[in-house]
Design a binder for this molecule. Structure first.
Ligand SMILES: Nc1ncnc2c1ncn2[C@@H]1O[C@H](COP(=O)(O)OP(=O)(O)OP(=O)(O)O)[C@@H](O)[C@H]1O
Length: 361
């Protein structure tokens, strides 16, 4: 990776002067967040990449010849994913055709900057890039939408539109799969949120490593078991700037995230435990689940006559932007508010802005 991108970052937590517990030869350079092992940098890279390779192999995420679009936001997760996946593809001969797929939501001062990172990655990693914009797809940028609806509910639009935009971009690229940079922390947060909301439909699928096999294009999460803290350490010398969306507020998801971070501090395994709990939930057979159909207007998957994106778009075009915002029972992608997207309020002021994110595939 190119060491000279974007500016300084915090160094990873230092280990003492002990030897690496893996190789027993080099000095330990860091304490691995997931296991608290004291290891050297070389062993950290090896174990980090090997675990992702194991996840890919054990879950049969790909087959030789697959065309795979990497959802590339320019943020740390998807940037590391693009790099690691292209490395593993060469090293282990997955025989994948990889592409970068970016959605330009039209957020001045955020996405325009992060897309510059993706454009650099296109060159650095030699992966073809496709950018698809809300403006072209829907006639609205997020800047326009925020002007119409304000900050409070804008994440609902962004999450619903992005999900569909990724599918549409993937269809243009004729790929077999989309991969995203959702990590173990994201998944644990989503398990908790779905419990807190009583959203059984989402709870039952939010821990799946591959989703949407009944939809247009399956999506998978190779970082399902990868800790965010390790994703941050991994490219220490390579990817330096973390982009934060200027529109996403400090909402409900942020509290789930803080809670998980507190648990992780006391017991690093907590993240994996929450994911495991989510995986082991069994939905009662008497619980009514939404039935999947297609939108009458655009043909996209929907459990209602019109998909959520069409309902939201209708509201915007009719000058009634609040139409369709809020929880609509059974509506596909019907997030009740910004929480599903607004993430990562940290304690420091600089990171109080959350980020986009919709893990509901
Ligand atoms: N604008 C976008 N274009 C393409 N893919 C996206 C976009 N936004 C998000 N994604 C995909 O969804 C994943 C989760 O997005 P989220 O907004 O939660 O950010 P994140 O967890 O901080 O990830 P990242 O650091 O990659 O932005 C990303 O890793 C990426 O794969």
């Amino acid at each position: 990776m190119d060491p000279a991108v974007d500016g300084p970052r915090q160094p990873p937590a230092r280990a003492g002067s002990r030897l690496c517990t893996r190789c027993g030869e080099r000095k330990a350079a860091l304490k691995r967040p997931k296991t608290l092992e004291q290891i050297c940098r070389e062993c950290f890279y090896i174990v980090f990449e090997d675990e992702i390779h194991q996840t890919i192999v054990e879950n049969n995420l790909f087959k030789p010849g697959d065309r795979v679009a990497i959802g590339a936001s320019g943020g740390k997760d998807s940037t590391v994913l693009a790099y690691v996946l292209s490395e593993l593809n060469h090293r282990h001969k997955y025989c994948l055709d990889l592409f970068l797929l970016s959605v330009d939501e039209g957020i001045t001062g955020y996405r325009d900057d992060s897309l510059e990172t993706v454009k650099r990655n296109e060159i650095q990693y030699g992966l073809p890039l496709k950018i698809i914009s809300y403006k072209d797809l829907y006639g609205w940028t997020m800047d326009d939408i925020v002007k119409a609806i304000g900050l409070k509910n804008n994440c609902t639009f962004c999450g619903v539109f992005r999900r569909q935009a990724l599918d549409r971009g993937a269809a243009l690229l004729k790929v077999d799969k989309i991969v995203t940079g959702h990590n173990a922390d994201d998944i644990a947060e989503t398990v908790l949120l779905n419990i807190l909301r009583g959203d059984i439909a989402r709870l039952s699928r939010c821990t799946f490593i591959t989703t949407g096999e009944d939809g247009p294009i399956p999506r998978c999460k190779p970082f399902k078991y990868t800790y965010e803290k390790e994703i941050v350490i991994y490219p220490y010398y390579a990817i330096s700037h973390i982009f934060s969306c200027i529109y996403s507020p400090n909402a409900y998801r942020g509290f789930a995230r803080e809670f998980i971070k507190d648990l992780e501090r006391m017991r690093p395994r907590a993240i994996l435990d929450i994911i495991k709990s989510g995986e082991n939930f069994r939905i009662s057979t008497t619980t009514r689940m939404p039935e999947q159909g297609t939108c009458e207007r655009c043909g996209y998957i929907s459990s209602q006559k019109l998909c959520k994106a069409c309902v939201l778009l209708d509201g915007l075009n009719r000058g009634l932007p609040k139409l369709g915002v809020g929880r609509t029972k059974g509506v596909a992608g019907g997030d009740s508010d910004c929480e599903q997207q607004a993430k990562r309020p940290e304690r420091s002021r600089s990171s109080l802005q959350g980020k986009h994110g919709n893990i509901d595939f």
